[in-house]
Design a protein around this ligand. Structure first.
Ligand code: 5RP
Length: 225
């Protein structure tokens, strides 16, 4: 009998807690991502909340979930360092470069990931790809720049679609860029960030993951760069 996707997400959430547990102490603050897989991590983390100080969240939704478990949530500006950031991905390749932002939290995810020493990606096997870009690349923009940025993204070979009705935690809007076959993720990440009006884009190549905990039918595999 095959293991369903929700069970794979729960397995990697638990595996991430098992991975960080030996490193936790009373001063530890953990960077926490956003999405259904990150939620599984949060739920597993609640079981060991007596072993660490608190968390920094990459979205209001994750902050609420952490608080609902009684885990203190800190402002990133008040936290000097994070040993770990744990988050999901929409796609991840063999170099542990990712597309993220399906849940519209890409900018805060990138900020918290930038601070953390170790980025642990938790994902089920459906997220593993050879080439990034089948999943539409989210680009967060300043609202008044949306149409301009969309025209520039067309010049880069993509087909941007406005994610209507979504305002991010930062007051931004999202363009989802289809039909990018991303051969050079770091280069494209930089190129898109150069477009005036872009807040950030969902390529995590300049800051990729350090460790992937991948949920498979054969169990959780740990892939380390
Ligand atoms: C949110 C994200 C998520 O990590 C990504 O969308 C994966 O989500 P899920 O674990 O629900 O599949 O980047 O902005």
């Amino acid at each position: 009998m095959s293991i369903n996707q929700d069970d794979l997400k729960r397995a990697v959430g638990q595996a991430a807690v098992d991975y960080i547990k030996p490193h936790l102490d009373d001063d530890s603050i953990i960077g926490v991502g956003t999405g259904s897989t990150a939620n599984c991590f949060i739920d597993a983390l609640a079981e060991v909340k007596h072993l660490f100080d608190g968390a920094v969240a990459s979205s209001e939704a994750s902050a609420e979930r952490l608080k609902s478990h009684g885990i203190p949530v800190y402002e990133l500006n008040n936290v000097p360092q994070l040993d770990f950031y744990i988050d999901g991905a929409d796609e991840i390749n063999a170099r542990l470069e990712m597309i993220k932002g399906g849940g519209a939290a890409l900018t805060r995810e990138k900020i918290v990931a930038a601070v953390a020493k170790t980025f642990i990606c938790v994902a089920d096997e459906s997220k593993q790809v050879d080439l990034l870009g089948n999943f539409p690349l989210p680009v967060e923009v300043i609202p008044m720049a949306r149409s301009y940025v969309a025209r520039e993204l067309v010049k880069l070979g993509g087909d941007p679609v406005y994610r209507e009705g979504i305002i991010t935690d930062n007051g931004g809007e999202i363009l989802d860029v289809y039909n990018l076959h991303i051969q050079s993720p770091s280069q494209l990440e930089s190129d898109i960030n150069q477009i005036t009006g872009v807040i950030t884009n969902g390529l995590f190549a300049l800051r990729n993951a350090n460790i992937l905990l991948l949920g498979t039918q054969q169990g959780v595999k740990q892939i380390t760069l």
